[in-house]
Design a protein around this ligand. Sequence first.
Ligand SMILES: *Cc1c(COP(=O)(O)O)cnc(C)c1O
Length: 376
Amino acid sequence: MTRDHILLTPGPLTTSLQTKLAMLRDWGSWDDDFIAVTARVRKSLINIVHGEISHVVVPLQGSGTFSVEAAVTTLVPASGHILVLDNGAYCKRAAKLATLMGRRCTLMPFADHEAVSPSALREKLVADSSITHVVLIHCETGAGVLNPLQAVADVCAEFDKGLIVDAMSSFAAIEIDARKTRFDALIAASGKCLEGVPGMGFVFIRKEILSGCAGQSQSLAMDLHDQYIYMEKTGQWRFTPPTHVVVALAEAISQFEAEGGQPARLARYVANYNTLVNGMQSIGFKPFLDPTVQAPIIVTFHAPAHSNYEFRHFYEAAKARGFILYPGKLTEVETFRVGCIGAIGAIEMEQAVHAVALALQDLGIPSGTPAPVASA
Ligand SMILES: *Cc1c(COP(=O)(O)O)cnc(C)c1O
């Protein structure tokens, strides 16, 4: 196959030709031209969350998780106590990295098919005054749930707790407005809804808390305060920047702005989501989540009940038709996931559903209908 597969995954995802072409040049990290690209990217990122007055943005080399880890180690003092609102795999990952870095960390469990509860958070903060920071995953990519950022931020503000938001798979698609929503840190990355290539993350940090973060990180490479100070002083990245990733992101951001910014991106993803879910339902598949908690980012489907079904084979059959699916991340139920994000539109989603239908045919499975669920 000489054409790229369409990636129906939550990153890396399908990028536009212009974004790929932007990577065909070499850049010197000290050079003024590259310094200007970094500055332009940072300015655009701040604009997306309307954080010009309240926040700074600090880019960091690495995948998204590197930036989550950096935010925790930079913002939370060694004596801090982190509460992670847990409704999925990415929440557990955040708790694990916080614990590994020696921070006291408590998981507050919620069901993986439900949004986390701001009122339960409220009760927890009343009951345990030792908590200093709350970690929220905005869109829990594990199942695809959209969590209530504004309500959680309001509770954290009321109790004057630091809020760290992993907005990796929502940023630039779901509205986030720093003028209305108070957060200490918010993390996203190049290779998600901005439709750049993977390789860098970035963290918005509230200006008021920035100076208090000096010297708090026990990691040199992950110290966002240090990265920020150096970047402000020199315009450069502290250590070798992912130059090709940065220029590709600059190009992807230009396309994002030309498309109409966050509202336009959301509209396209919602259209992708609707085309996908309607099409999949027409061939028997059932989404795992209730539409009221579903983000239009990634959809978890129940696996077909048929005994011929095995994800590996289903995956290979869909891949042979040009589409890359994603395995499920739930422990209790057999599922798979299909992303709605990337430089794709309703046409690709229609083709994806068609590819899935043909994949079922290849495997001798008459429909996507899952096993009936025992009613509660
Ligand atoms: C993609 C993603 C991350 C980062 O994952 P990496 O594999 O490190 O890029 C973190 N949190 C969420 C919610 C994500 O969707």
